[in-house]
Design a protein around this ligand. Structure first.
Ligand code: TNX
Length: 739
């Protein structure tokens, strides 16, 4: 048996489907030959409208060249040549790109015939789409720019165009900082799948990520949190000052990089809520009343711009002026989500504004604010895009683009009156968990690629008007949880977004009535060889595990290798034959392929937990609404009143000492390391009197592994002051019984 330690992997050795067949050579010209072997068509994602397969293949030699008709297409030709490892030429090459004015902007024809490879498109986007398809007809090494020639591509005629003009993805670079190179790497992955819009969520409560040269403090201070920064740490990890921001040069570089790849970069400045970071640097933007900051050690947690303060619009004119100047996109996303309107209700000036303008609902203040901001960007020739709540309580400018996220109904409602991007969380938020025991949020849903794939407008009750107004779909990655999953590597981002991205790419491209999940899964698996070559740490489906007659059997259908571990041992072992055992609960299985991994599967008892009765006591005051008994009943979270100071503690005391194989104790929200003890240590007592220190908190939590004696009590003590919020959440302990 092969033993692989930790997360080291065996190399992927899969061969690109179809290319292993023998081919015979025929006449040779300009670097390619036509041969008469019929190549099976490789899986294409997203599926083209029409594919006609010819008889034979085109053999491309290393001397083949890439040419284009017109300077404007040079970036696409360079991009293709670089991936194929071929030279560019001015004369007509074996692979030629050109415009065809008869086609729509993103429509293309790809012809591989006895006169070579020709891609024509209505516009740059069409030609680029053809380039992406051609790359999928090549061996997967094309994604490593390491194609070995000769290469045989099938003779074919592909005619194709997308269903939607908007096939988007949103990256939250606030909660977790992703630098310019990380963003460009991700842009590559989007481009390989014909996603054509990348929205950068540039500002939020936790960070300000775009340099504003007229107000340099915004990014240069607001881009960093923790340590000596006035921006408090969030999500439990950042003891040091941590973060970053994009300079104007970075932004221009990202835009240019994306543009070559047919991707428009849309900025989001999230207003008027989600502005805590901005308010930390500019408290004058807030409403005019004195908040009670005692619970957060003097930290003001208000996050909304005051609507009535005229100077706020001057500040926003400066900020948005620079944003509009930098970005080439038609729309500027100005936010509008999750505003805490209680701040406006307490503000005398907001209340006076409501009276003066005859407003009856507080939502109308948001309308007013969004219209004022829309006017600012209109002066720069830009149109507003907003989250769906911004349309509550009135009408926005006609040319507003609405991003529907809260649910399908909100998307349908928006699409009655506005151009709408459909992205309800339960299908399109790739920060959600893919199954219950994996990392991720779960507030919208727990879902994998198949749920996104099954999403149709017709099936979700969009009527003809609404369907007409849908301009596209968008996936998203909010990054609260990435911060505690080694954000220096793209692994967590890629695991959450692939293969769900493949479903997004597919349903944004093909009509509602083209759905066959089984067939799509097979094509996805074929596509994995390309993801392997791209180096994407995608998520595999968990292995199927069965225990019958004392024998454990694991299987996969995606070419991955299955590994298992025996609890208590730290090594993963390659599974290559059924395992005979009388203690199945000790085993857990997972699969790997390249850098891709699956979640763990195991027989149910592996996950079983117990709920012995216990008491919570604390040096801190118990919240009335979220009292300690909420956690004591293992039902919900409990809360304290106020954040923790150094020396504050929370203790779990069991009625009877608990014998277990593992116990997790945690402050902070489920899944989300926020409202934690930022730093602290854990002590265990076996007699309820003497305590011994067993370790430090990580992201607010700690796992007590294989305790030698039954545990009577566990105490968590804070070693830091505050957590950027007004309380600490306390979770019930999770206890895994002895087997
Ligand atoms: C909701 S999406 C939010 C975000 C969170 C996200 C986490 C939206 C408009 N608001 O602030 O990051 O949920 O899934």
């Amino acid at each position: 048996m092969m033993v692989v330690a930790g997360y080291a992997f065996i190399a992927a050795t899969t061969v690109f489907a179809g290319c292993a067949h023998g081919v015979q050579s025929a006449t040779k010209s300009a670097g390619y030959n036509i041969v008469d072997t019929l190549l099976e068509m490789p899986a294409l994602i997203p599926t083209p409208r029409s594919v006609e397969i010819g008889e034979g293949t085109c053999r491309l030699e290393a001397v083949a060249m890439v040419s284009c008709g017109g300077e404007e297409l040079a970036p696409a030709a360079d991009y293709l040549a670089e991936h194929l490892g071929l030279q560019r030429c001015d004369a007509r090459g074996a692979i030629h790109l050109a415009y065809d004015p008869m086609l729509l902007e993103e429509e293309y024809d790809l012809n591989i015939s006895d006169s070579g490879v020709v891609i024509v498109g209505g516009g740059y986007g069409g030609v680029f789409n053809g380039v992406v398809t051609l790359m999928q007809l090549f061996p997967a090494d094309v994604y490593r720019s390491a194609v070995a020639y000769p290469v045989d591509v099938p003779l074919c005629a592909i005619h194709d165009m997308p269903r939607f003009e908007h096939r988007g993805f949103m990256l939250d670079v606030c909660r977790t900082w992703m630098d310019r190179e990380a963003v460009k790497d991700f842009i590559d992955l989007l481009a390989y799948h014909k996603i054509n819009s990348l929205r950068l969520h540039l500002t939020d409560d936790e960070a300000w990520r775009i340099d504003i040269e007229s107000h340099p403090e915004l990014a240069r201070i607001g881009g960093f949190r923790g340590g000596d920064s006035p921006i408090w740490p969030r999500y439990g990890k950042w003891n040091e000052r941590w973060g970053g921001y994009y300079t104007h040069d970075d932004i221009r570089d990202i835009i240019a990089y994306a543009k070559v790849r047919n991707i428009e970069v849309v900025p989001e400045i999230d207003l008027p809520g989600h502005s805590l970071c901005m308010a930390t640097m500019h408290p004058e933007i807030l409403c005019d009343y004195t908040p009670d900051t005692s619970r957060a050690f003097g930290y003001d947690t208000r996050s909304a711009f005051c609507v009535a303060r005229e100077e706020n619009y001057e500040l926003l004119a400066d900020i948005l002026g620079e944003v509009c100047m930098l970005f080439e996109s038609e729309y500027i996303h100005i936010g509008g989500d999750e505003v805490d309107m209680s701040q406006w209700r307490r503000c005398p000036h907001c209340q006076a504004l409501m009276r003066d303008r005859g407003m009856s609902a507080t939502e109308e203040l948001q309308q007013y604010f969004m219209l004022r901001v829309s006017e600012i960007i209109a002066q720069h020739g830009k149109k507003p895009a907003v989250w769906n709540e911004a349309i509550d309580g009135g009408m926005l400018a006609d040319n507003t683009l609405v991003y529907g996220w809260e649910g399908v109904k909100e998307c349908r409602d928006a699409a009655q009156s506005y151009s709408t991007i459909v992205m309800p969380g339960q299908y399109f938020y790739f920060d959600m968990k893919q199954s219950s025991r994996e990392p991720g949020h779960d507030w919208a849903a727990i879902f994998d690629w198949s749920k996104t794939y099954a999403f149709t407008l017709s099936g979700q009750g969009f009527d003809a008007v609404a369907q007409h107004n849908v301009v596209g779909f968008e996936g998203s990655f909010f990054s609260e949880l990435y911060a505690s999953h080694n954000p220096e590597s793209a692994d967590y981002l890629e695991y959450q977004t692939f293969p769900r991205m493949l479903s997004l790419a597919e349903i944004s491209w093909v009509a509602d009535d083209i759905r066959d999940a089984e067939a799509f899964y097979r094509r996805m698996v074929e596509h994995y060889v390309r993801l392997d070559a791209m180096g994407v740490a995608y998520r595999l489906m968990p292995p199927c595990v069965k225990y019958e007659g004392g024998v454990l059997r694991a299987s996969v259908d995606d070419g991955s290798d299955v590994y298992y571990s025996v609890e208590g041992g730290c090594e993963d072992v390659l599974y290559n034959e059924p395992i005979t055992t009388s203690t199945p609960a000790l085993y857990s299985f997972m699969s790997r392929r390249g850098v891709a991994t699956s979640p763990i599967s195991a027989v149910a008892s592996h996950f079983k937990t117990i709920t012995p009765t216990f008491d919570i006591t604390s040096s801190m005051t118990e919240s009335e609404k979220f009292s300690f008994d909420k956690a004591e009943s293992y039902g919900r979270l409990a809360r304290t009143v106020g954040a923790a100071d150094v020396g504050d503690w929370v203790m779990f005391t069991f009625d009877a000492p608990v014998s277990c194989r593992r116990m997790k104790v945690a402050t902070g929200n489920f899944q989300l390391p926020r409202y934690t003890f930022e730093n602290g240590y854990v002590e265990v007592s076996y007699d309820g009197v003497n305590f011994e220190r067993v370790g430090d908190l990580y992201c607010g939590m700690f796992f007590i592994e294989s305790p030698q004696q039954p545990i009577k009590a566990v105490r968590i003590t804070s070693t830091s002051r505050g957590n950027g919020a007004e309380w600490v959440s306390i979770q019930p302990p999770t206890i895994w019984p002895k087997l």
